[in-house]
Ligand binder design. Structure first.
Ligand code: SAH
Ligand code: F3S
Length: 457
């Protein structure tokens, strides 16, 4: 069999999966493979999967079913299943889809090329679930990044929390921190290459630890890297998020005043059964302290409704917490039982209709809060990091404000990669529309330090 040359990647799930796909693509490119626009043209198809909720996993299997036809037509096509479904389902992936060639675990990223070689040599499907210790050791120069403007940096792999609903500790393994110097070296490399924004990644960055340094130390060091204009990070675990991290955030202009701060539920009884180690009161206190130290901060959160045993009263506590915390953005989900998690064995399940009803009520209550937060931007001039030409076309550009709101505005594609001042003209339900502030005004707003026409790349 001749060596395949073109690859196509499909990614489900979170930022960690997005970034793993970039790492996997990087390994393939080093071997001479090139990306292509459609699965039909590829010699290797990577499916990087998510199993956090049942729906995501089922969607993957139905997409995989469709690839069976493609594989039948082109037996040389190599199908690789990686990510959380691969790690969770292991050999079962092959039972359901015997035409898959490689099933690769979440810590096997560095070993993709050799598995493909072995598949070709041995002519049998390969399943590799080993939790390789080298998962955190790689050369960041070879990551194939999806953007030239903003980049992910891994700080940690895995999670050692015990949230009873969550499959991530099973699929991604116990938490490990990447060496401080490696994270920092990658941040410097990215700045040299002209990246303006980095997002530090970990399932629970609050527990980062390397050579006596904690997350606040890491964040501060990255924020000081010359050339980086915006630093973000996900995800923070509320009870481990330190006041010093807040102070570092407040002290550096380069750190975006935006925080994803997942609460999950507003009832102490439910939080206890979820094994989230904070109370409603402690959470709200931290949220209030964040707003006190950084009045402009935008808070986003994750909420689960219909966790086993959740009563209408418990749910009302979630409603009131969301109202009180005033989240600018909220991601909300119906509880989805995951095989292998403690909560999957809880018997007092909430009927599907009640879950749906609660989710609808929660979202209906929160929608005006989100709209108000977006409308509050109208008339303001926001610094927007221009990421790309807008998907909506028509010569519009798209970028994000510091609070991470999407802004579309007319402008020249040469602005991609720059931070430009944009006057927000209109708030839509999920995004903003604006106009670039003229050149002279922009100089005064940005202190004259960033003349137009210089991408700084
Ligand atoms: N710490 C992680 C959390 C991963 S899971 C992070 O970096 O984001 C992302 C979100 O999915 C969780 O915050 C939770 O709200 C939701 N979630 C996890 N397991 C779930 C389940 N079994 N059912 C419904 N939602 C779930
Ligand atoms: Fe999941 Fe809780 Fe870790 S939500 S990723 S077990 S912090």
């Amino acid at each position: 069999m001749e060596a395949p040359k073109r690859y196509f990647v499909e990614t489900w799930g979170c930022q960690m999966n997005d970034h793993d796909s970039e790492k996997l693509a990087g390994h393939l490119e080093r071997r001479g493979y090139r990306t292509c626009a459609a699965a039909e043209e590829a010699d290797v198809i990577l499916l990087n999967t998510c199993s956090v909720r049942g729906k995501a996993a089922e969607k993957f299997y139905s997409d995989l079913g469709r690839l069976k036809l493609l594989k039948r037509r082109r037996p040389d096509l190599l199908l690789v299943v990686c990510g959380c479904v691969a790690q969770h389902d292991r050999e079962r992936v092959l039972e359901r889809a015997p035409y898959v060639d490689v099933v690769l675990g979440t810590r096997g990223t560095n070993h993709l090329p050799e598995l493909l070689d072995r598949r070709i040599e041995e002519q049998t499907p390969q399943v590799d679930m080993r939790r390789y210790a080298d998962a955190l050791y790689y050369d960041p120069r070879y990551i194939r990044r999806g953007s030239k403007v903003k980049a992910y940096i891994t700080a940690m792999e895995g999670c050692s929390k015990v949230c009873t609903f969550c499959i991530v500790p099973v699929t991604r393994g116990a938490e490990v921190s990447r060496p401080f110097e490696d994270v920092l070296a990658e941040a410097r490399l990215l700045a040299e290459r002209g990246y303006k924004e980095v997002q530090i990644l970990g399932q629970n960055v609050s527990s980062y630890s390397s050579g006596g340094r904690d997350f606040a130390d890491l964040l501060e060091a990255v924020a000081r890297v010359k050339g980086l204009e915006r630093v973000r990070f996900v995800t923070s675990y509320p009870s481990e998020f330190t006041e010093r991290t807040m102070d570092v955030m407040a002290a550096y202009d380069t750190i975006a005043k935006a925080l994803h701060f997942p609460v999950q539920a507003g009832s102490n009884r439910v939080l206890r059964r979820m094994k989230r180690f904070y109370t409603r009161e402690e959470y709200l206190e931290k949220a209030a302290l964040l707003r006190k130290k950084m009045p402009r901060i935008a808070l986003s959160t994750d909420v689960i409704v219909g966790f086993p045993g959740e009563t209408e009263e418990d749910f009302q506590e979630t409603m009131s917490l969301v109202r009180e915390a005033g989240f600018e953005w909220m991601y909300s989900f119906k509880y989805s039982p995951r095989r292998g998690t403690p909560a999957a064995r809880y018997e007092d399940t909430v009927p599907e209709a009640a879950k749906r009803d609660r989710l609808e009520r929660l979202q209906a209550m929160h929608r005006p809060m989100q709209e108000r937060a977006l409308r509050a931007c109208e008339g303001r001039t926001e610094e927007v990091l221009v990421e790309d030409s807008s998907k909506r076309g028509g010569g519009a550009l798209t970028g994000r404000t510091e609070a991470n709101y999407v802004v579309n505005f007319p402008g020249d594609a040469a602005l991609v990669g720059r931070l430009v001042p944009v006057r927000i003209e209109r708030a839509n339900p999920n995004s903003l529309w604006g106009e670039v502030v003229s050149n002279s005004a922009s100089r005064s707003l940005l202190g004259g330090a960033r003349p137009h026409g210089q991408a700084g790349l």
